[in-house]
Every structure is written in structure tokens, then in C-alpha cells.
Design a protein around this ligand. Structure first.
Ligand code: ASN
Ligand code: ZN
Ligand code: CA
Length: 335
């Protein structure tokens, strides 16, 4: 039978030494965070279908060793990502879990073999993480965890369809919240940035998967600006417009260095934009997502929705609402 939850010690892959909440049972300590909606982590044991998957259990409550060659390490990162995303939703968005019902999603690690991806599945209300290239780069970094879990948030709110411009907005929403979780966590090893997937070496050369200040830096065809064809792109490329909008709104145009990373964010019209800071920008995006966006919202209506959200929060001719207007103009989304 379960008794009190304790505080374990975890040696993560990407975030240093962390303190997972664990549940002490007669079988040992389990990765089950009873303070955060009973967030559990399961070992998929390199299967695709999870046949034989088990909850992580440990006898001394010391988990992982900071390398992918200890089976528990990826689980430590997954637990940490779930916990920080939970705390960000609660503290910053005042939201009690993905579905606002106090219940946590499950996290599954060691999914399949050499699987270089992670995904959210709304039907099972769970996260699935591959172990990455050569099974040595688990997809469990903080921004990826926040990204994937936030697909659940989008599904529970606006329900943005995963294709055309709404799909780009869905993807960008996950990048925006994933990055926000990373900044919120203030982890000294995985410090906040406007890069997505910089820890997981997905390209094999240390470069990140995506750049929010200038999405085209990825050289995979991410869009910096809106155009009539942008909705024909893959959703991970059309997302660039909204990622770029969010960067401009938060930090402004031009050169800037944050936590040791250099950014240089252009605008389509050459205009100079002064950012309002990410704390306000995320409130505007969250209110728009939960109040104005629908399953078919496109870039034009995302502009209208975020303007309404900024007006609700800060007033109609506030500096914040004006910055929303300017940042959309900067990425070529016009009235
Ligand atoms: N990791 C990808 C994503 O969350 C999985 C997918 O293509 N849906 O976007
Ligand atoms: Zn995604
Ligand atoms: Ca990042």
C-alpha cells in the first residue's frame, strides 16, 4: 500500500541534479508525483506498443547517473519536464493541469528503438519519448517536454487543427510554451533560450531544431514571415511565423543577448520593435489560445485574437496592444 511521498535525488541527462517527488510503497519508491496530479513515469523498454511497460521503481530513491546508459536517466528528465510544466501552468497560467482538472499526464520513456522523436497522444493522455540517435540522446529535454505536453493544452482549449495555418499555430503554441517552461525553470544546465531542442543534438552537429528569433536559420524551410502559401508548409515550418511573432513581441527586433545566447531578429517591413517582455507576451498568447482561438484559427484571426487578448489584459491603446500590432506587422500579418 502507498504511504507518504518523499523527495528523491535524480541525476538527469540535461538538467543536472534534480529532486523528483516519489511515492514510497512496499515495493520501493515509484516515480509518481502525488503533489502534481499523480504524474507517473513508465519504462516502455524499447517497445513501440508498450507491451510489458512498467512504472519506474527504485529501492534507494537515487535515480539515474546523468548518462543515457543508465536506464533511469531519461525517466529523471521526463519527471522533471512534467513537474516544471505542471508548475509553470499553475504559477504562471493559474491552470491546474493540462485539462484544468488536477490530473497529470503519464510519461513513457524508452519508446521504440533509435526513435529520434517524442510525441503527445491525447487519447491516452500521455507523453512518449524516444531515446534519440544511437539510443544515446533521449528526447527528454525541458523544452521538448514542455512542447509536447502543451499539445495536450492546445487540444483541451482551442483545439487548433493540425494542418494548414491552424497547424502552424498549434506547433508554435507548443514551442512558445516549451520555451516559456525552460525560462521559468531557471535551470543552470538547461538555461532559458529561444531555441528549441538545443540539448538533444537532433541534427548530429549540436545545432538546435528551431530558432524563434529568425526561424529560417534552421535551413529546413521554416517561415520567418506570413505569405499566402505558408499554410501549405509542414506545420513545423509554418509555425515559424508565430514563433517569430512571439520573439518580437517579447524581446523586440534587432540584436540581443540573453543568458549568453545571441539573437538577431529581423522584421519584414524593416520596422523597429520594442519588446514587452516574455511574462506579458505569454499571458497574451494564453488568453488568446483559451478565449479566442478555435480549431480553424488562421494567422489573420490569430492577429485579431491576440489583439483582443492584449486589450482585455492591458487596455485598448496600451503599449502592450500596440506591440502586438507591430509584432504581427513585423512578420507580415496585416489587418
Ligand atoms: N515531435 C513532433 C511534434 O510534437 C511530433 C509530431 O510530428 N507531431 O510536433
Ligand atoms: Zn509539436
Ligand atoms: Ca530551448
Amino acid at each position: 500500500a502507498a504511504s507518504a511521498s518523499g523527495t528523491g535525488t535524480g541525476y538527469s541527462m540535461y538538467s543536472g541534479t534534480v529532486r523528483p517527488n516519489t511515492l514510497k510503497t512496499s515495493k520501493g519508491y515509484q516515480l509518481d508525483d502525488t503533489e502534481r496530479g499523480q504524474a507517473k513515469v513508465y519504462d516502455f523498454k524499447h517497445t513501440e506498443d508498450g507491451a510489458g511497460a512498467t512504472l519506474f521503481i527504485d529501492q534507494d530513491n537515487v535515480w539515474g547517473n546523468g548518462t543515457p546508459y543508465d536506464n533511469q536517466t531519461a525517466a529523471v528528465d521526463a519527471a522533471y519536464g512534467a513537474a516544471k510544466t505542471w508548475d509553470f501552468y499553475k504559477d504562471v497560467l493559474h491552470r491546474n493541469g493540462i485539462r484544468a482538472d488536477g490530473k497529470a499526464a503519464a510519461s513513457n520513456v524508452h519508446v521504440a528503438k533509435g526513435y529520434d522523436n517524442a510525441f503527445w497522444d491525447d487519447d491516452t493522455f500521455a507523453m512518449y519519448y524516444g531515446d534519440g540517435k544511437r539510443d544515446a540522446h533521449p528526447l527528454t529535454s525541458l523544452d521538448v517536454a514542455g512542447h509536447e505536453l502543451s499539445h495536450g493544452l492546445t487540444a483541451a482549449t482551442a483545439g487548433l487543427e493540425y494542418g494548414n495555418e491552424s497547424g502552424g499555430l498549434n506547433e508554435a503554441t507548443s514551442d512558445i510554451f516549451g520555451t516559456s517552461v525552460e525560462f521559468y525553470a531557471k535551470n543552470s544546465k538547461d538555461i532559458g533560450d529561444y531555441l528549441i531542442g538545443e540539448m538533444i543534438d537532433i541534427n548530429g552537429d549540436g545545432t538546435p531544431l528551431r530558432y524563434m528569433d529568425k526561424p529560417s536559420k534552421d535551413a529546413h524551410g521554416s517561415a520567418d514571415y506570413w505569405s499566402p502559401e505558408v499554410g501549405n508548409k509542414d506545420v513545423h515550418l509554418s509555425s515559424g511565423v508565430a514563433n517569430h511573432f512571439f520573439y518580437l513581441l517579447s524581446e523586440g527586433s534587432g540584436q540581443k543577448e540573453i543568458n549568453g545566447v545571441k539573437y538577431d531578429s529581423p522584421t519584414k517591413n524593416g520596422s523597429k520593435i520594442t519588446g514587452i517582455g516574455r511574462d506579458k507576451a505569454i499571458q497574451i498568447w494564453y488568453r488568446a489560445l483559451t478565449t479566442y482561438f478555435t480549431s480553424t484559427t488562421d494567422y489573420h484571426s490569430a492577429r485579431t485574437g491576440t489583439l483582443k487578448a492584449a486589450t482585455d489584459l492591458y487596455g485598448a491603446s496600451s503599449a502592450e496592444a500596440n506591440a502586438v500590432n507591430s509584432a504581427w506587422a513585423g512578420v507580415n500579418v496585416k489587418p
